[in-house]
Design a protein around this ligand. Structure first.
Ligand code: F6P
Length: 355
């Protein structure tokens, strides 16, 4: 009888998840395994809710965003305020007679996978890194990031024409909880005049300086790219099941401050202009829709190689992109911290800011 591989997608969806699923199903099935998809991440494991995936189920899905098996932010090990449900998870994996579990997710999801592996009750675990934020350690890039940066870049491109026409200041908020990768890259590609990310302390005085200089140089408009995570203090928005504060909306705070400054400092010397700051939050637009070719290929390669790790019984490891190669790294190298933007990368972008 064929051995069974389980697969789950956890945390926020990312374009490219379906490419990974297809890669696992195709390589897994051709290698003689049955592949079973858990519905809605770890929630599917807890509920023993899984379905077998055939070639027909995954036909062409690498071109679609989202995940055909659903996702959730459900922990199995205890978190702040949530119980230990690992017994239920292990019982369910054993009941389904699984040989291995492939876990596709970011830091939170891989953290559960690493604990499951180390806990030894079900150690046949392999990870696949995912997040549009690109902040997972031990891999150069995560799929979904490229698509999200492309979407944010197109948004900034569009904002240039309207912002310039109205001589406004536009604040565009880009996702990225702990790291400013998306804001940095979309800001660079889209030609934002100011880029604010969690890794680099900033002073609103500098931001006002750029706006003033641009008006004085006759440019008449400014685009400011802001990472949603520049302020992570507002617990009033609630937290998810892993204790992460829900973000979104910092662009409005920045907008209000800039509007006040514009009225106080710019209206008198430049009475001919009506100074106005506006903001737009890209939010989940960055996670939706079809993946770029890059993310389709990266997801496919990671899915194929995850099955290879199952075949070689390389348990407790995650497939990882290193340069152009897919290699195996220990799950523990990926979790418990974040890959943030190094100073040098921001310095490169800084050369073009304000221009
Ligand atoms: O981790 C990916 C991400 O899109 C973050 O950039 C964002 O803060 C978070 O997920 C939003 O999560 P949710 O869709 O659960 O609100």
């Amino acid at each position: 009888m064929a051995q069974k591989i389980g697969i789950l997608t956890g945390g926020g969806d990312a374009p490219g998840l379906n490419a990974v699923i297809r890669g696992v199903v195709v390589n897994g099935t051709k290698s003689g395994y049955e592949v079973w998809g858990f519905i809605d991440g770890w929630a599917g494991v807890l509920n023993a809710n899984a379905k077998q995936l055939s070639f027909d189920d995954v036909e062409d899905i690498h071109r679609q965003g989202g995940t055909i098996i659903g996702t959730s932010r459900t922990p199995i090990f205890p978190k702040k305020g949530s119980p230990d449900r690992s017994d239920e998870a292990v019982a369910s994996l054993k009941k389904l007679g699984l040989h291995a579990l492939i876990v596709i997710g970011g830091d939170d999801t891989q953290g559960e996978a690493d604990r499951l592996y180390k806990d030894k009750r079900f150690p046949h675990v392999v990870g696949v890194p995912k997040t549009i934020d690109n902040d997972l350690r031990a891999t150069d890039y995560t799929f979904g990031f490229n698509t999200a940066v492309e979407i944010a870049t197109q948004a900034i491109d569009r904002l240039h024409t309207t912002t310039k026409s109205h001589h406004r200041v536009m604040i565009v908020e880009i996702m990225g909880r702990h790291a400013g990768w998306m804001t940095l890259e979309a800001g660079m590609a889209g030609g934002a005049h100011v880029v604010l990310i969690p890794e680099v302390k900033f002073d609103m005085g500098e931001v006002y300086g750029v706006i003033k200089e641009r008006y004085e140089n006759g440019k008449g408009y400014t685009i400011i790219a802001v990472a949603e995570g520049i302020e992570e203090t507002d617990e009033s928005k609630g937290t998810d099941a892993f204790g992460n504060i829900k973000l979104g909306g910092v662009c409005e705070t920045v907008q209000e401050r800039i509007q006040e400054w514009l009225v106080e400092n710019m209206e008198k010397p430049y009475p001919e202009f009506k100074f106005e700051a506006r903001s737009v939050r890209l939010g989940h637009l960055q996670r939706g829709g079809a993946p770029t070719a890059y993310d389709r290929i990266l997801g496919t390669r990671l899915g194929i190689q995850a099955v290879e790790l199952v075949k070689s019984e390389t348990w407790g490891h995650m497939v990882s992109l290193q340069g152009t190669e897919v290699k195996a790294v220990k799950l523990e190298e990926a979790v418990g911290g974040y890959k943030t933007v190094p100073e040098g990368r921001y310095e490169e972008a800084r050369l073009f800011l304000g221009l």
